[in-house]
Design a protein around this ligand. Structure first.
Ligand SMILES: [Zn+2]
Ligand SMILES: [Zn+2]
Length: 298
């Protein structure tokens, strides 16, 4: 019996591998990290000792799935050549870090066109990815997961069509996958409160990019209204999606091996993560699907 791969985004304070200790301390078997400070363009050199510790801890804690999230500064769609160049450098570095740690997926916000138009922005992203893929020819095991966005401002990626157009324009589409964030999907107009809304999301996913491309779920409730195009994460069950909206994803057997990760507000003691994971587990129909660490009362 396979269990869900359930976890949260964890702090890397004290070293990237410390995120695994944090995840394991609350029973997660999946984790997302930034592999460096996400608000800076560049980070310290890759720490070989921490890489070795990461690999040892993955085995020790039975972590089944790891994902990294690229820096928020990166904008491959920027019409400004300096920003685009810096973004290309920074994203190559993200892939190099993931490759070193053996993290198979890097989640990337496709980018913002900041006025140049959607078509131009999507083309810029594809051109940038081609360049990055060429430079990182040795890192084909690391997939870039284009994240479905809420569509705030001039952000691209709020419809699967955008993600498809990027995939169509790159030379190596097999190096790309998709990450769906429930908060973003709701803000982009998918009414996850009903099974029909969930089905519409899955139909669009299948038609535009194909089901097998979905490699990661971000499970967040939404402070914004349906279709608000606002990216504001809420605790599970406390936003406009509500707890029932998470049943469809959690009980869909197609996603049992796809990591599902919280990106909800929290403090150092992780008590909010514990609360949100408990709420998610409570709507899993088959208790055998709950990761062992999360069956324990905390
Ligand atoms: Zn997300
Ligand atoms: Zn978000």
């Amino acid at each position: 019996m396979t269990t869900l791969k359930l976890g949260a985004h964890m702090s890397i304070s004290g070293g990237v591998s410390q995120a695994l200790d944090r995840a394991a301390s609350i029973g997660c078997n999946a984790v997302q990290v930034f592999t460096k400070n996400n608000r800076q363009w560049s980070g310290p050199p890759i720490d070989a000792e921490d890489v070795a510790r990461w690999q040892a801890k993955i085995r020790e804690f039975n972590i089944e799935s790891t994902v990294s999230h690229a820096s928020y500064l990166i904008n491959l769609a920027s019409p400004k050549p300096e920003t685009r160049q810096k973004s290309i450098q920074a994203y190559q570095d993200e892939l190099a870090r993931a490759h070193a740690y053996g993290i198979p997926y890097v989640v990337l916000h496709p980018g913002s066109h900041t006025g140049s138009g959607e078509e131009t922005g999507l083309r810029q992203i594809a051109v940038a990815l081609d360049h990055i893929h060429q430079e990182m020819a040795h890192a084909t095991k690391v997939l870039t997961l284009l994240e479905l966005t809420a569509g705030q401002g001039t952000n691209l990626g709020y419809e699967f069509t955008h993600l498809r157009r990027i995939m169509e324009q790159v030379a190596e589409p097999d190096r790309l996958g998709v990450c769906v964030d429930t908060c973003h999907a709701f803000a982009a107009g998918y009414d996850l409160r009903s099974v029909e809304g969930y089905q519409r999301l899955i139909d669009d996913l299948e038609r535009e990019v194909g089901m097998e491309r979905l490699k990661c779920w971000h499970l967040n409730d939404s402070k914004g209204e349906l279709g608000s195009r606002k990216d504001r994460h809420a605790h599970i069950g406390e936003g406009n999606i509500g707890i029932d909206g998470f049943r469809w994803v959690l009980n869909d057997p197609r996603w049992v091996d796809v990591p599902m990760l919280l990106e909800t507000p929290k403090g150092k003691d992780l008590k909010e993560d514990v609360m949100n994971l408990k709420r998610l587990c409570a709507v899993v129909d088959d208790p055998a699907r709950i990761p062992p660490g999360l069956r324990i009362e905390r």
